[in-house]
Design a protein around this ligand. Structure first.
Ligand code: XMP
Length: 533
């Protein structure tokens, strides 16, 4: 295995992810583990190498964090990244200085191809024969003097020592972040380190993660009971399946049906979890309660707040009931928090200036309920969660579904939410999704559902005139929305084939009595958002 020592960088988990991508097992531990701990950890001979992460502190503040010195005495390869390089330099007798200016962003690094780490890895070669790497830098301090035994491995104009190596001891260090995708060859560099230099066996697969996670959950929970809010979304579904695998009936899932779900969604969730996985699932039909509270409310933010608040209330009541009626101690609240959520909530404190949309948020719930938090997906990225879901036996259709917002159709029915509107919208939306799944793009062979990141139908509570047979109609309008995006922060409307749009509109107007007009939303984000409210 590879030991990753975390100095608090926001991207440490990305290092772990890259190591997983190289099919090598790794563990992330805080940098302040003791020398003794490190030696014990290495005693059985399975430790093949150590990676020292970056630190948030190297950008914003001073830090004196050091790696346990034992790391350098184990005889295994060590790779320092960013702050990890600086502490390596410092601890082994080199010199680090506060940079006069912070370097943040892209940089071109001249890589000296003579080290095992960077040999033959380059984005392009200069006429003089230097291998060049396009990398991502983010640092203030820098190494100004290499420790004894080290030679220069890479440099940039503003950072003459951007990489160094002591190949006899197999110590390598790079000032740039190899773990982020902006560093084009980053994946190759990390793979080279763990596979070739550390000689770690590339035999780790998602199934191993299941075994580890199951063990960890059992250890953490013991014989106590866990409750989990199941939404039918990817994250909570995968968390439920994983926890169920670990502790079976000690898990109770609570599925709150707010009446604003997609067509047949509630039944599908029940069928999957109660029917096929044999998990304990309590379905709370709260649609009347939600629709009642939403009656007469048309302001989008007010609607979001109501739905969020009611959701928490209903969940709390149900959790309290379960706590009272269960014989065993209910001590845990499980959540499908994934790594990007962790980053977002940490980052949100300093950055977020305005609230564009209040997100459905169940933060604070565990404290109110007196429960401990169980978050088995905390270290994983979305695509890994999906892979895990498939490995756990969830159907690919469920795991690769487009995201669905917590407030559901509540934000897709413009203005006041009524049951009649929700019923019409559900049927129109189901047709749109069905046709997207059916239609394949000739050049890629993929379905248009898979070619779009999110697609749905929006209900507009306005009526327009139409003609059907010999009669005049005066019915509602829906808008189709389909976007392509990699991060949902920006998005382009999808250029769906006209033939597909034609089929969808024809079917909706013919099959959903009450809708006589279909439009297609051709707005990108920004300035439009993906959802209409
Ligand atoms: P917008 O509309 O802001 O949406 O461009 C970006 C992404 O976030 C989803 N979304 C939500 N997800 N709770 C959620 O869980 C919410 O309240 C919420 N509002 C928007 C939206 O579907 C899109 O994927």
């Amino acid at each position: 295995k590879i030991l990753i020592l975390d100095f608090g960088s926001q991207v440490t988990q990305l290092i772990a992810r890259r190591v997983r991508e190289a099919h090598v097992y790794s563990e992330v531990h805080p940098c302040d583990v003791t020398d003794d701990w490190v030696r014990r950890h290495a005693a059985d001979g399975t430790l093949k190498g150590v990676i020292l992460s970056g630190s948030h502190a190297s950008v914003y503040e001073e830090t004196t964090d050091k790696a346990p010195q034992a790391v350098f005495e184990l005889g295994v390869p060590v790779l320092g990244i960013c702050y990890g390089m600086q502490t390596m330099a410092h601890q082994l007798g080199g010199k680090v200085e506060g940079g006069h200016k912070r370097e943040f962003g892209f940089a071109a690094v001249r890589a000296r191809g003579h080290t095992a780490l960077l040999r033959d890895i380059a984005d392009y070669t200069t006429p003089e024969g230097h291998g060049m790497l396009n990398v991502w830098m983010s640092h203030g301090d820098k190494v100004v003097e290499m420790p004894p035994g080290f030679k220069l491995m890479a440099s940039t104009d503003s950072c003459p020592i951007a990489g160094m190596a002591d190949e006899a001891r197999r110590f390598y260090a790079i000032q740039f972040h190899a773990e982020v995708t902006h560093t084009v060859q980053g994946r190759a560099i990390l793979e080279r380190f763990v596979r070739d230099i550390c000689q770690a066996r590339p035999d780790w697969v998602m199934r191993d993660h299941i075994a580890e996670a199951v063990e960890a959950i059992r250890r953490q929970v013991g014989d106590e009971e866990v409750i989990l809010g199941l939404s039918g979304g990817v994250d909570s579904s995968v968390a439920a399946a994983l926890i169920h695998r670990a502790i079976g009936d000690q898990l109770t899932c609570v599925f709150v049906d707010h009446g604003l779900l997609r067509l047949d969604e509630g039944d599908m969730v029940m069928d999957m979890f109660a029917g096929r996985l044999h998990a304990k699932v309590v379905r709370v039909d709260a649609s009347e309660r939600f629709l009642g509270k939403l009656a007469g409310v048309s302001d989008p933010e007010a609607k979001r707040k109501i739905i969020g608040r009611e959701f928490v209330e209903v969940f709390k009541a149900e959790a309290a009931r379960i706590k009272e009626t269960h014989s065993r101690h209910v001590a845990w609240l499980a959540q499908g928090t994934i790594y990007p959520d962790v980053i977002e909530s940490g980052g949100a404190k300093s950055k977020k200036a305005v609230t564009i949309k209040s997100h459905h948020n169940v933060g604070g719930l565990p404290e109110q309920l007196g429960l401990k938090l169980l978050e088995p997906l905390r270290d994983l990225f979305k695509d890994e969660v999906r892979e895990l879901g498939v490995a756990l036996g969830l159907p690919a259709e469920m795991v690769y579904r487009h995201p669905f917002p917590g407030p559901g159709l509540g934000v897709r029915i413009l203005g006041e939410v009524k049951k009649e509107y929700a019923d019409l919208l559900r049927r129109a939306d189901a047709i749109f999704i069905e046709e997207l799944r059916e239609a394949r793009d000739a050049s890629t062979g993929k379905s248009w559902y898979d070619l779009t990141s999110q697609a749905f139908t929006v209900f507009l509570p306005v009526k327009s005139v139409g003609v059907m047979g010999d009669g005049r109609t005066y019915d509602y309008v829906v808008a189709l929305r389909a976007v392509q995006t990699s991060d949902f922060m920006t998005a382009d409307w999808a250029e769906l084939p006209y033939a597909l749009l034609k089929r969808v509109s024809g079917r909706i107007i013919n099959e959903v009595r009450g809708i006589n007009r279909v439009t297609y939303d051709v707005s990108s984000k920004p300035p439009a958002t993906i959802e209409w409210e």
